[in-house]
Design a protein around this ligand. Structure first.
Ligand code: E4P
Length: 216
């Protein structure tokens, strides 16, 4: 399973990268706004040490505007994946990007039918937002199960990025379903390593070691 990190915070990306847990990065306008810095500067900094795909989102609502932005963003770095919303205009732009060899991440996917359209448009990645579905009383994880099954049925190459992850259980369940990628907020990655029995175990081993240390 590939791990993307879901943030535009360069320090957080660097920390996860040093731990060997960054196969790619996803950003969106809200995450970039949180940083309060120039978007292009942030992107260049991330690309200076991350080799995997870095998702950069367009903000136009018409296909022509999206395409213009996609071509521009794609020229910033070698490993861009252009995030395009799942609308008819977005799908038109996605198809054109595929024809031009520009990688895409079709975002704001909330249904299996939308996911089929994204794959047919030639999306490199598609991002179902599971946390936001859970928030409104629908099962985000059922959507992942449906997408994994449908893409396998037809051999679509589009990769599923499980997005809007809120807690470690989301990562575990996505892995059980065979999703290609989870894009995970830094705080959730931090939580994944935690287990009280690991801490207690270390404490006991060290205490026992103290008893024999230096004995000949
Ligand atoms: C990732 O590509 C999305 O932008 C992100 O996961 C959205 O998460 P949120 O629902 O917590 O804003």
């Amino acid at each position: 399973m590939k791990f993307f990190i879901d943030t535009a915070n360069v320090d957080a990306i660097r920390k996860a990268h040093e731990r060997g847990m960054v196969d790619g990065v996803t950003t969106n306008p809200s995450l970039v706004a949180k940083e309060g810095r120039d978007f292009k500067t942030i992107v260049k900094e991330i690309a200076s040490f991350v080799e995997g795909p870095i998702s950069l989102e367009v903000v136009s609502e018409d296909a022509e505007g999206m395409l213009k932005e996609a071509r521009d963003l794609n020229g910033w770095i070698d490993n861009a994946a252009i995030k395009i919303p799942l609308t008819w205009e977005g799908l038109r732009a996605t198809k054109q990007c595929a024809d031009e060899g520009i990688k895409t991440n079709v975002t704001l996917c909330f249904s299996a039918n939308q996911a089929i359209l994204a794959a047919k448009a030639g999306a490199t990645f598609v991002s179902p937002f599971i946390g936001r579905l859970d928030d409104v009383g629908h099962s985000g994880m059922q959507l992942i199960a449906d997408m994994v099954q449908i893409y396998a049925n037809y051999g679509y190459e589009t990769e599923v990025i499980v997005a809007s992850i809120r807690h470690p259980l989301h990562v575990f369940e996505a892995a059980m379903l065979g999703a290609d990628i989870a894009t995970i907020p830094p705080a959730v990655i931090d939580k994944m390593v935690q287990h009280p029995l690991t801490d207690v175990g270390i404490e006991r081993f060290l205490a026992d070691w103290e008893k024999v240390k230096g004995k000949k």
